[in-house]
Unconditional design. Structure first.
Lengths: 314, 360, 321
């Protein structure tokens, strides 16, 4: 009970009670793990074709079909039903998932960030109008709407409908997912950026700039935007984590990319039925997904805590 | 713990005895000697003022005596005897019988010290139910009476209100009511008026004094403001850098202060009988680092009257002409060295810029 | 209560926007909504029948929406020709399952979050705190699919007590409490674990902040026991982030319920919706999403009101404004 109250307000300012031996300056273990994992993962993902220990994405190996080979020296993650190397497909899946998620979140950051910044800075009716837009976007049951849109895009692609002379044959699953993820990222980003901007625009240096006659775009770009960077970086990482997980969910419902391409969600779902006998084909991609989501979360959370952005911390 | 009750209920005699109390905090930078050997005692029904700048250790002292400091990283030594029993080092579970019952504390900022989510009445009846096992209706009546005692109008209505519905002065009165609920014999008032308007400050101090007399309760008034203690205490102790540097009865202190530090504190208060636009005298510099206090007298680096000896040897607490008056200084007020330096300083003070002296 | 009306009005606008956009989405890539509604490859006679029942499907989008909205607010929740079922009947059949999954998921989440959050803050940086923090972070990083798979493997297969994949059925609690528990526990747990993890972190963070407040110090100095300080004084002041999160998580909860239903099987509106999307059963899609949006909106509104219940200062501010 004695330490129910840390009572730091009583202890003189010079004193910081730390008696577990750790100083504040050392970076947490989790962060190192996150960075390490991401470095390894992205290295593999983007250099895959050049790495000798990674087989082709769709390369079938003789005698490896029907999960015949478990995790071993030659097949690190075993083989799947069609005889493909689970490890290799995980690597290619990484590339796809991470690229999709990153691109989408960046688009979301640009669009959502602008919305949030404008709403937070100008306040008044602009804010109220934008707040309703943001609320609407947030009210969409995300997974459901994603599935719906992707389904419709499929139909659109298969049809010969044209808009302003342009057809939709290019609208493969990859593009569909990218568009949908981007759209769904806008609102959460906007919410966080708006909250940050609201608090920033009250700070003295902004008021000082305004009183010196600086015009709005200048203030937005020189004073506010640079200070939004930590929040946006945090959202970047945490958002990628969320989108990676979302891809898994979409695959479960059947709306992710189609076979024979590889994505973690797809792999998990394809092999799910055989999990009791041939666990590696499901567990390995699931583990990859988990570790990567964890890594992104760790980094995003660390950034949020380091720069004291409460709304973005997990 | 009923032994405490019967012992402290005696209406006379020494209530609290603090002997050589040291409270040190283990920190990254080293051992912070927040309280470094403080000795004093207080009798039943008397008021003691503890005066010092922020960083002097006065707040830590009051919390240390009550036993409210976290155990982690805190090293304490010395002795604190309350009603004859040693309480330093007791566990929180044991101390809980005393807190709110025999000794209470009121804090500086009533807005943040009262639970914003709880009705005022409930905050007052809480200690009554815990310590005195009062049934709900009795507790409510007692709470209402307490609010009347602290001069809050419409007491019955106030019981159902929340702290944010009351003014600052009323909130402080509520805190006093809470503190007095179970009839403690010792009250700690930690900067009780700092967060209040000037007009309300006097009322609160008068209220505390009145309750003290009515209940024969001892009061320890902790503040940075000599003006606050001037009219409301029997004895004053001045703290600096974790140590007691002067202690005397109030009258004696103001009539005959010995420490240059105390004198400087006094000089930094604006006085109504001085000509307007008289500049306030400040004490330059900041309180010393409590991890590595300077050698010699701790105040020496900032003392305008310091001489070589002050920087080398730490002056001990010695008695002045009056036996109850102790101070620690090599060249106190009234000594020839002091007078000499004083004359030089006063002629310069007219041209020295000044800001408000003592830090809050 | 002017404030409530204000919020209701805002939510009305949100509802209209969302349901309109969803309707537009269902029409993307569709040559003839009537044909879609009829079920794609059916005879001309049937298509004509559908056209008679829903003549407005040929009209411009905005008009279609107005007709649909009119139907919705008068209780006509559309019809599925694919499944030969009225919307209302479908809801009566399936809504309870989804509601129960969501309800139990929230209950489980709170049962986990409150003790863990409070104790983590109480013994800050102690072993429990650290383990809880790492675990919750780990659980949050697991998408519901993975949690579902994990639970499937560890609990369902191992114990054989719970129905396995796709076998769960809706059993009302008043019909058979045990049956209800069997069918709903694992689906709800899949979601509840995630919710509990997120909420325990929020609670812990807020509690840590609150425990450093002056009024906690005062409570202690009054002689209040640590249990009371924690549960009576500190907890109420620390639930803000958690309550906010409940509102924000509603959308995710829906997505999770969809997955849970599809994975484990209790037939709720989530599973029906997935089916409807596959076949572009437009009226059903619109009806279910509309209901879901109403759910999200109600949750947000309740949370908003909850703020006022918890914190009297907010109550006051709203009465004044």
């Amino acid at each position: 009970m004695t330490d129910l109250l840390a009572a730091p307000s009583v202890v003189p300012e010079a004193a910081v009670t730390v008696d577990d031996g750790r100083t504040r300056r050392r970076l947490p273990l989790g962060l190192w793990f996150g960075i390490a994992w991401l470095v390894v993962a992205t290295f593999h993902a983007y250099m895959a074709s050049r790495l000798p220990w990674v087989r082709g994405e769709n390369q079938r190996v003789e005698g490896a079909g029907r999960y015949r080979i478990g995790p071993s020296a030659d097949f690190w993650f075993g083989s799947d039903k069609l005889g493909k190397d689970v490890f290799a497909r995980c690597v290619y899946g990484a590339k796809l998932s991470i690229t999709l998620a990153s691109v989408s979140i960046v688009v979301g950051l640009v669009l959502g960030g602008s919305l949030g910044m404008i709403a937070g800075y100008f306040k008044g009716w602009v804010d109220r109008a934008l707040a309703i837009v943001i609320d609407s976007l947030l009210a969409f049951p995300a997974l459901v709407v994603a599935a719906l849109l992707i389904g419709r895009f499929d139909v659109l692609q298969a049809s010969d409908i044209q808009v302003a002379g342009f057809g939709f044959e290019w609208l493969t699953r990859r593009w569909s997912i990218a568009i949908v993820f981007s759209l769904l990222s806008i609102a959460p980003v906007a919410r966080i950026v708006r909250a940050q901007t609201l608090s920033l625009s009250e700070r003295e240096y902004v008021l000082a700039a305004r009183s010196l006659g600086a015009r709005t775009p200048r203030i937005l770009f020189r004073e506010i935007l640079p200070n939004l960077v930590p929040a946006m970086v945090s959202v970047l990482f945490t958002g990628i984590a969320l989108l990676l997980a979302a891809e898994g969910a979409l695959a479960f419902l059947g709306y992710s990319i189609k076979a024979p391409d590889a994505s973690w969600g797809l792999m998990i779902n394809e092999a799910r039925v055989d999990i009791d006998q041939y666990w590696w084909a499901t567990i390995m991609p699931a583990a990859m997904l988990f570790m990567t989501v964890l890594a992104f979360n760790l980094i995003g959370d660390w950034v949020a805590k380091r720069f004291d952005i409460r709304e973005a911390a997990i | 713990m009923s032994g405490f009750q019967s012992a402290s209920r005696s209406s006379e005699g020494t209530l609290l005895e603090v002997t050589d109390l040291c409270t040190h905090f283990r920190t990254e930078r080293g051992l912070v000697r927040a309280v470094d050997g403080v000795t004093f005692s207080i009798e039943r029904g008397k008021a003691l003022g503890i005066v010092g700048e922020s960083g002097s250790g006065k707040t830590v002292l009051s919390r240390a005596i009550m036993g409210l400091l976290p155990k982690r990283g805190t090293v304490q030594s010395g002795s604190v005897r309350f009603a004859g029993q040693e309480i330093l080092g007791l566990s929180a579970r044991q101390m809980r019988h005393l807190w709110g019952r025999e000794m209470s504390m009121i804090f500086q900022d009533p807005m943040s010290s009262l639970n914003p989510l709880m009705k005022v009445g409930r905050q007052i009846t809480e200690p009554l139910k815990i310590h005195l096992d009062m049934p709900r209706d009795d507790a409510r009546q007692t709470a209402e009476r307490l609010l009347k005692d602290v001069r809050i109008p419409e007491a019955a209505r106030r019981l159902n209100q929340y702290p944010h519905e009351l003014s600052g002065g009323m909130r402080q009165r509520v805190m006093i009511a809470i503190a007095l609920a179970c009839g403690p014999t010792l009250l700690f008032a930690d900067e009780p008026t700092t967060a209040l308007d000037v007009t309300v400050q006097a009322q609160i101090l008068d209220l505390i004094g009145e309750q003290r007399r009515d209940r024969n309760m001892s009061v320890i008034l902790v503040t940075h403001d000599l003006g606050v203690v001037a009219g409301h205490t029997d004895e004053i102790a001045v703290m600096y850098a974790g140590r007691l540097v002067e202690k005397a009865s109030t009258r004696e202190l103001f009539a005959n202060m010995k420490m240059p530090y105390t004198k400087s504190l006094l000089r930094s208060i604006p006085k109504i009988d001085e000509p307007s636009h008289t500049r306030l005298m400040t004490i330059p510099g900041r309180p010393p680092d409590l991890v590595n206090p300077p050698k010699g007298c701790r105040f020496a680096p900032r003392c305008a009257y310091a001489r070589d000896r002050c920087h080398v040897e730490d002056p001990p607490l010695v008695a002045a002409e009056q036996p109850d008056h102790v101070y620690a200084c090599w060249y106190p007020v009234g000594s020839p060295e002091f007078e000499e330096r004083d004359a030089e300083i006063l002629t310069q003070s007219v041209s020295i810029g000044a800001t408000v002296g003592v830090e809050t | 209560m002017r404030y409530v009306l204000q919020r209701l009005f805002q939510f009305l606008i949100v509802f209209v926007i969302v349901t309109f956009v969803v309707m537009v989405f269902t029409r993307i890539g569709s040559r003839d909504p009537v044909r879609d509604l009829a079920g794609g490859a059916v005879g001309e006679a049937q298509i004509e029948e559908v056209r008679q029942d829903y003549p407005y499907l040929d009209k411009p989008l905005v008009q279609q929406y107005v007709y649909w909205l009119g139907d919705f607010v008068t209780g006509d929740l559309g019809r599925s020709y694919l499944q030969s079922q009225e919307g209302i009947d479908m809801f009566k059949q399936r809504l309870p399952a989804t509601l129960f999954i969501a309800f139990w998921a929230i209950v489980i989440g709170l049962l986990l979050a409150v003790p863990i959050g409070v104790y983590s803050a109480y013994r800050r940086d102690g072993p429990f705190d650290r383990i809880a923090s790492v675990s919750s972070f780990g659980v949050i990083s697991m998408p519901p699919v993975v949690v579902g798979v994990a639970l499937l493997y560890l609990v369902v297969v191992r114990f054989g007590y719970f129905p396995t994949v796709g076998a769960s059925n809706y059993v009302a609690p008043w019909d058979s409490p045990i049956g209800h528990f069997k069918n709903f526990f694992v689906p709800a747990l899949t979601l509840g674990l995630g919710l509990g993890s997120v909420w325990s972190r929020f609670l812990r963070a807020d509690m840590n902040l609150t425990l450093q407040s002056d009024f906690i110090m005062l409570a202690k100095a009054k002689g209040v026991s640590p249990g009371r300080v924690l549960w009576v004084h500190a907890l109420r002041a620390s639930v803000l982030s958690l309550v906010t999160s409940v509102a924000l998580q509603t959308s995710a909860l829906i997505g999770g319920a969809v997955i849970s239903e599809t994975f484990f099987g209790p037939k709720g509106i989530g599973e029906r919706l997935v089916f409807a999307i596959q076949g572009n059963d437009i009226l059903i899609i619109q009806a279910i999403t509309a209901v879901l949006v109403v759910g999200v909106v109600i949750a947000n509104l309740l949370v908003d009101l909850l703020y006022a219940v918890i914190d009297p200062r907010i109550r006051h501010m709203r009465q004044l404004g």
